[in-house]
Design a protein around this ligand. Structure first.
Ligand code: WT7
Length: 648
């Protein structure tokens, strides 16, 4: 599939960027006056309480500051300012697992957010700058809680509901959170599941910072209530006033923390700003999703990930759009659920991950044809490179060969899209993220900043600061510098390195080739091998372990562990150990990090200085020939032994 797919112009009424000429003009505008152009957009797109006086401050690089002097409120920009013109427009359409529905208009959302914000202030003594951990299912109260925090200037840290009590505890402690907002549980595949018991376990020790727990009653299953600590959201909210002033925030005041995996065992609390973040969330919503007033937009992510933050809550609402929130899973009651919802709500933009596309393709290749999907205009994908087979099915069967596919490349740290087609303008090459968005200076370079020759793999860097970039790692500014500005330099100055490899072709199209570090991408989610290894090492009988990614049909990459046991008593024992190890991973991290496969090996390939040669382990699991030089290994014969065990 080397041919290009051109946007169907008739699908678009008034796109903000109509063609590649306009794209280039905009890129040039940024080139000529980078700060001035950003300032123009910031003034035009956002409502400010006080104007900013300085667009970009680079004096303390890489701790960049944007729009200093300005005051605004993100919740105000997402809700209140729309009340003049859209108060009866649906802001959030919620569909429950079992099909129950709830629509919140902008006016109703304003009402709920204000009441919740007042509850946080009055009942839980939450003040500007306090951290609130949100451990919630996909229900409107999750978005309401985030926006209520934004309204009063509290910093939320949403923890994905699939994380274990241990993982939740680590994140609560690192952020030193005062309040945890959770739910009794929710529904998945027709059955209730629980969250509150996980919070109870997390709070058993080490979380002295937490004063109160606020519980939304969603599935109404029995839970334990700790007197003086746990309170019912549903009860407390009744007494609160529905008027709450939006706290004027500095542009650089943190909006939220979101923990993500890195190359050590400890997750990083990515800190985002208020003004820069919301500006780019809104701009990309308008450019990449071509969001229009009558559109209904659906992103299937979970609010526990950055995609849920930027493209379910903040971006759509800042743009005044209607955003769909879905509690369930795409395969329940059957693999037609998403398409049934697209038909029912007349969805115009559908945004999901390649792993979901592969799953839906596999489980119901014909399902899309059973529904009326004619409302669709744009199909989005995110999280990992999409393979050509999945791309083709998505384009032809879901999009009827007339929708634009936007393969959006970005990260938790970038806040919003970095590289993506523009739906009405960019000729698409399947499985290719295409070009950097206007304002984003993305370059594929070598460590010293020289451009990587076309067709070769280099480092994917963003070489100019941009408004929605990560500001720091919570509590760890040194790690921030080292993780993102330690590897690549341009003109002698450290530049932001994404951790991904990329390639530019002879037409300047950028293809992302995947992580270059010890991070694996499981179902579009980042998993640090060190985190999984740390969990496995807690097993009494494990002497050493190395975790690598193994290609997986649905997940993209699965987790494969090479385990060296202290004492190995044969096959029966190993099966037992596999179970024990997976149960440890479940306790330490959560089911999302379970190993797909394990091999028990006599030793790991180590250099004489003790460094594990992971590249060899990656090649073995992929069944590739070993091209690395093994002569520097402490015991070169180990490679053959491991290969025999893994590949028989
Ligand atoms: C990593 C970021 C961004 C929201 C979801 C994941 C990979 C992301 C693409 C894409 C190829 C992609 C990268 C990136 N990635 N989008 N369109 N094509 N790779 O967020 O957990 O922060 O992970 O996901 O490797 O670094 P995240």
């Amino acid at each position: 599939m080397n041919n290009k797919f051109y946007p169907k112009k008739e699908m678009f009424q008034e796109p903000l960027i109509k063609n590649m000429c306009e794209y280039k003009e905009l890129v040039e505008e940024f080139e000529k006056d980078y700060e001035g152009t950003w300032a123009k957009f910031a003034k035009e797109k956002l409502d400010w309480f006080e104007p900013f006086t300085r667009t970009l401050d680079e004096s303390n690089a890489p701790f960049y500051r944007w729009f200093d002097g300005g005051k605004l409120n993100v919740a105000y920009n997402c809700i209140d300012r729309h009340l003049k013109t859209k108060k009866n427009k649906a802001a959030i359409i919620f569909e429950g697992d079992n099909g129950d529905k709830r629509i919140l208009t902008y006016r109703e959302l304003a009402y709920e957010v204000s009441k919740t914000a007042n509850m946080f202030k009055n009942q839980f003594n939450i003040k500007k700058g306090d951290r609130v951990v949100v451990y919630m299912p996909m229900i409107p109260e999750a978005a309401i809680t985030m926006l209520a925090c934004a309204k009063i200037g509290a910093i939320h840290s949403v923890v994905f509901g699939g994380f274990s009590a241990e993982a939740l505890r680590d994140r609560i402690i690192d952020a030193s959170a005062k309040l945890v907002v959770t739910a009794d549980g929710a529904f998945r595949k027709g059955k209730p599941y629980m969250l509150k018991p996980v919070v109870d376990t997390a709070l058993e020790h080490g979380c002295e910072c937490v004063e109160k727990v606020c519980v939304v009653e969603r599935n109404e299953q029995e839970i334990t209530w700790v007197a003086g600590r746990d309170y019912s959201y549903n009860e407390l909210i009744k007494n609160e006033s529905s008027f709450c002033k939006s706290e004027p925030m500095d542009s650089e005041d943190p909006l939220f923390l979101l923990y993500t995996s890195g190359s050590t065992g400890k997750p990083k609390g990515v800190q985002h700003s208020s003004a820069g973040y919301i500006l780019w969330a809104q701009m990309t919503m308008e450019w990449v999703f071509d969001i229009k007033d009558n559109d209904t937009y659906w992103c299937t992510a979970d609010v526990g990930w950055i995609t849920g933050h930027t493209y379910i809550v903040y971006g759509p609402l800042a743009a005044g759009a209607t955003t769909v929130m879905f509690e369930g899973v795409p395969t329940f009651p059957d693999a037609g659920r998403c398409w049934q919802m697209v038909e029912e709500y007349r969805i115009n933009q559908f945004y999901t991950a390649p792993t979901a596309i592969r799953l839906l393709h596999k489980m119901g290749a014909d399902e899309p044809s059973k529904y009326d999907l004619s409302s669709l205009r744009i199909l989005g994908t995110v999280g990992e490179p999409i393979d050509p087979a999945a791309w083709k099915w998505y384009y032809e069967e879901v999009g009827g060969s007339k929708c634009s596919i936007v393969d959006t490349y970005w990260q938790t740290e970038t806040g919003g899209h970095m590289i993506s087609p523009l739906p009405a303008a960019t000729p698409i090459k399947p499985a290719c993220a295409t070009f950097a968005l206007p304002g984003i200076v993305a370059e594929v370079i070598e460590e010293d900043g020289t451009p990587t020759p076309r067709g070769e793999k280099g480092f994917m860097c963003i070489t100019k600061p941009w408004p929605s970039m990560i500001r720091t790692i919570w509590n760890d500014p040194e790690r921030f510098k080292k993780s993102y500005f330690g590897d690549c330099k341009k003109d002698g100055k450290p530049v932001y390195f994404t951790g991904d490899g990329a390639m530019i072709d002879d037409e300047d199209y950028i293809t992302i080739t995947g992580r270059t570090d010890d991070v694996i991408n499981v179902s579009g989610h980042r998993m640090g091998t060190a985190e999984v290894e740390a969990a496995i090492k807690k097993h009494d009988n494990v002497a050493a372990v190395a975790v690598v990614g193994k290609p997986h049909d649905i997940k993209g990459e699965g987790i494969f562990a090479y385990v060296v046991l202290k004492s190995d008593d044969g096959i029966a024992d190993e099966l037992e150990i596999i179970k024990e190890i997976n149960s440890l991973i479940k306790t330490e991290i959560g089911a999302i990090a379970l190993c797909d496969d394990m091999a028990f090996v006599p030793d790991l390939p180590k250099t004489r200085s003790g460094k594990i040669m992971r590249r060899i382990l990656r090649s073995i699991v992929k069944g590739e020939a070993i091209t690395q030089d093994t002569s520097t290994l402490e015991d070169p014969s180990i490679v053959q032994k491991i290969e025999n065990i893994v590949n028989g």
